[in-house]
Design a protein around this ligand. Structure first.
Ligand SMILES: C[S@@+](CC[C@H](N)C(=O)[O-])C[C@H]1O[C@@H](n2cnc3c(N)ncnc32)[C@H](O)[C@@H]1O
Length: 328
């Protein structure tokens, strides 16, 4: 999937910015980013300008991360064809846009968010989307009060706004509303991974199968917390991935950036009612040297390094194009 915002969304966002002065918008975006870094939540988004600042500064990255995750889920579950979507903590609708791009047959979408400013902008943007999105139901309220089912349920960058100890319970609750697949995406930080890890364990206990990134439903072989054990070779490691995305002029302005792209680090788990295809997942950038390629892999046997020699021509050709996040 293309990590760039779909043209209709980019145009709708441009239209929403008509007449909005960029200097205060950039200041609002900076304040928001700073707040997120210090653990604040999206409750800091109050005005329509704040919502625009979120959409310009963060939506391209959360859209790109969701697109990458949905691609992985599609590869693991090629027959998955959800027709209903529940986007929990939808914000301005990044995950919904990525979902209708991944599964164009999606007919019925519901976005839920307790923030009125983000909901208002989500509605405005969705009207520029394909029919399912343009007619999406956009509901206010707390995710704890959810009472509806959908083929695909997604919560993108939402658990980060809840205390870590709530991640497992919320994930199990969302699973109850899931007919086919549940996707959780979080920042690719140790804290984001900790929430994903807790959610994953709770979901497996509730009978879910992990479709991606893990290729098994066993205990996660990563050290329990970063720095937990000095003797553990994985102590400074956590499961996360990276997606490069283009930055528009406004996006660069909001970020004070000098390059027209950024790399979004994210952690995720996608679970399904049906078991998915198996294999091994590549957990880090591939190390390329003259004698061959070294892959860091995770599968049901745990974490391991796999070397493929350049002289092993068939195998080398088979895996040469595989990268961080792919199945090996
Ligand atoms: C960082 S934003 C992510 C928005 C969007 N999912 C994305 O990926 O761009 C987190 C969103 O979750 C919403 N949220 C957080 N806690 C919530 C709750 N308990 N109930 C409903 N929405 C919630 C916030 O209002 C905000 O829109």
């Amino acid at each position: 999937m293309n990590p760039a915002l779909p043209a209709a969304l980019a145009a709708a966002l441009d239209a929403a910015l008509t007449g909005v002065a960029r200097k205060p918008l950039a200041a609002a975006a900076r304040k928001l980013s700073e707040g997120y870094r210090q653990g604040q939540t999206s409750r800091a988004v109050v005005s329509p300008e704040d919502a625009c600042a979120y959409a310009v500064a963060r939506m391209p990255a959360t859209y790109a991360a969701c697109s990458a995750v949905f691609s992985r889920l599609m590869m693991a579950m090629p027959d998955l064809a959800p027709r209903t979507l529940l986007d929990v903590g939808a914000g301005t609708g990044a995950a919904s846009w990525a979902a209708v791009t991944a599964w164009p047959q999606m007919e019925s979408l519901t976005m839920l968010d307790h923030n009125p400013a983000l909901r208002a902008l989500a509605r405005k943007l969705a009207q520029a989307g394909p029919p399912g999105l343009a007619s999406a139901e956009i509901l206010g309220g707390d995710l704890a009060l959810l009472d509806m089912k959908a083929g695909l349920v997604v919560a993108s960058y939402v658990l980060a706004e809840l205390p870590e100890e709530k991640a497992a319970g919320v994930a199990a609750e969302l699973w109850r509303w899931t007919d086919a697949a549940l996707v959780l995406v979080e920042p690719g930080t140790p804290q984001g991974f900790a929430r994903i890890r807790a959610a994953r364990a709770a979901l497996i206990a509730a009978g879910a199968h992990v479709a991606a990134p893990c290729t098994h439903d066993d205990e996660c072989p990563m050290a329990r917390s970063v720095g937990e054990s000095r003797s553990d070779q994985n102590q400074s490691d956590w499961c996360h991935f990276s997606q490069r995305l283009p930055r528009s002029r406004d996006h660069m302005l909001m970020k004070g950036a000098s390059v027209p792209f950024e790399d979004e680090r994210y952690a995720y788990v996608a679970v399904t009612r049906e078991p998915a295809a198996r294999g091994a997942r590549i957990l880090a950038p591939v190390l390329e040297t003259k004698p061959g390629l070294t892959f860091k892999l995770c599968d049901e046997t745990g974490l391991r390094a796999q070397f493929v020699a350049a002289r092993d021509k068939d195998e080398y050709r088979r895996v040469r194009k595989r990268g961080w996040g792919d199945l090996f």
